[in-house]
Design a protein around this ligand. Sequence first.
Ligand code: ADP
Length: 383
Amino acid sequence: MAQTQPDPKHTQDAALYVSEETFRLLVDSVQDYSIYMLDEKGVVTTWNAGAERAKGYHPKEIIGQHFSRFYTPGDIENRRPQKNLEIARREGHCLDEGWRVRKDGTRFWASVVITAVKDKEGNFKGFAKVTRDMSERKQAEDELERKVRDRTLELAQRNKELEQFAYVASHDLQEPLRVVATYIDLLGIRAAAKLDEEDRKFMRYAVDGAERAQQLIREVLEFSQIGIKTKNFKPVDLNLTLQSVLANLKVSLEETRAQVEAGPLPVMTVDGSQIFQLFLNLIGNAVKYRGTAPLKIKVSAQEEPDFWTFAVQDNGIGIETMHHQKIFELFQRLHSKNKYPGTGLGLAICKKIVEHHQGQIWVESEAGQGSTFKFRLPKRISL
Ligand code: ADP
């Protein structure tokens, strides 16, 4: 008996039918994604269970309607639905995120992919659209953003309060300290004849202590003022600023026979008195932390597209790498006050001034090899 061979064409068609049907069932049953087709004009042609669940329309209500009804009035006015289709058609697909509207008018945050669909011959047939409701993620992101914003505002407020406190406390402390220093001095003069060597030593300690406290308070005051003062930025010729700094340090520069090389500096929009203080502290430190070799100080500026980088270089005692960050913190010193006097505030003030100008400051140095303090100031500062 002749056996009938299965018709290959028929078998292929059947297999294709089964696979298409399976695919349709799969798409239909997906609950978490809206998956549907649009014709070339954007009219809905298929609608799966996920789309019904997310947007609230029964297939009968929505098939044949234009998909722009899922967009907000603002987006419709801005032609966002059309623009999305144009991109998908031009580039093959379009990714979008934004608010979409359900049948009941409520909104959800949607992540959308629109893909242009072509048949085997390459003829354009419309679009496949897959949408996912990302409202929960969006809500979590918004919540996080709000928390970060609130926290930043709160921190800025606390910072301001602390600065105000430091300002008032240090300002008000100046007066009683002045009284202490003056009266110890007076006492020393009046009782000079009656004082023995040890008494005089004690009085010197007391005056020294009061003077150090005054210096500390002056610097705390200066530090606290940088942040609370309103920005007083004007174009300043920094060559002139540097000249005043050098004139201010004339005595100590002469005493140490320092050789100062000052390169041309730019004119920049800055708070002139703060930049004066910045150079004063850096050059003052170069003098204070000099080594045994004759002191050489070099001040220079290098132009970059968006900022200027300044360098104050010395050939002094240098700083070990492990201290490079720490020295910019408040009250951080590497030496005892007997070896090198100071309060540990100078570089903290420099850092605050540079940050007030939206710049950065750092040091390049090795122990025994001199130090180069560098700071970078943007050419354009947002006031
Ligand atoms: P102060 O000089 O009052 O101690 P600063 O904040 O100006 O405070 O400096 C912090 C520390 O950084 C200093 O104690 C010193 O150890 C180190 N330092 C600063 N400038 C230099 C420098 N040019 N060379 C070597 N060490 C320096």
